[in-house]
Design a protein around this ligand. Sequence first.
Ligand code: NAP
Length: 224
Amino acid sequence: MADKRYDLPILGTNPDRTYRLGIMGGTFDPIHNGHLVAAEQAYADLDLDIVVFMTAGRPAFKQHKKVTSGEDRYAMTLLATSDNPHFYPSRFEIDRAGITYTSDTLRLLRDYYPDNVEIYFITGADAIADIVTWNHSEDLAKLATFVGATRPGYNLDRASRAIDDSGIDFNVIYLEIPALAISSSYLRSRVAKGQSLRYLTPDSVTGYIHKHQLYGAKAGKYAD
Ligand code: NAP
């Protein structure tokens, strides 16, 4: 069930139990099977009630980079997650004006949900290594537990050192996700070369990319 004011699932209605809300934060340009496997593993391993796919509106660290429109990235996320009842694609950040800061998102979520809802912010381990440089990083640590999705063999030294050196008491959990060998940049380069995306992202996402000619996809040239 969703709330009509905000594009968020309803959670926390039973005061006698604790709820665990996963927020899967990413640019999703485009979403791929690595993201979907990571969210599913976080759902199972951390005993989450639901995972909200939070497509970043105007990503804070990408203001000088070319990023596909929020509407296209959200539409692909919607298509990719529609068959999973415990995934919830949200427009919450897409609909917010200005640059997307995670501190704003988490503060709004913390105000919105009752105290019996715990928030887990899931994202790539590379992004986690930078959280100490994000806006209002001291506040972030109080608002959520952070979950860093890593690929096998990923070296956690940079993230651990940055967090230790910051002196901020972040609660971080790392999850190793073999499927994260896939990346959005790999998908974009394959599309530009006319190569297939089969088994890398749901077919509905591939169809959307070709229909809207994203990432240099040529009209009528559908590599399946
Ligand atoms: P990014 O720098 O593009 O991604 C860093 C790495 O993490 C890439 O390898 C990326 O792979 C991976 N990744 C990103 N999101 C992931 C996810 N949900 N699950 C698994 N791997 C993921 O990161 P980004 O997408 O721009 O940002 C990630 C999140 O951090 C977003 O929610 C963003 O709003 C937030 N963020 C906030 C601030 C701030 O508040 N100042 C600054 C930076 C980021 P793919 O390219 O394959 O996704």
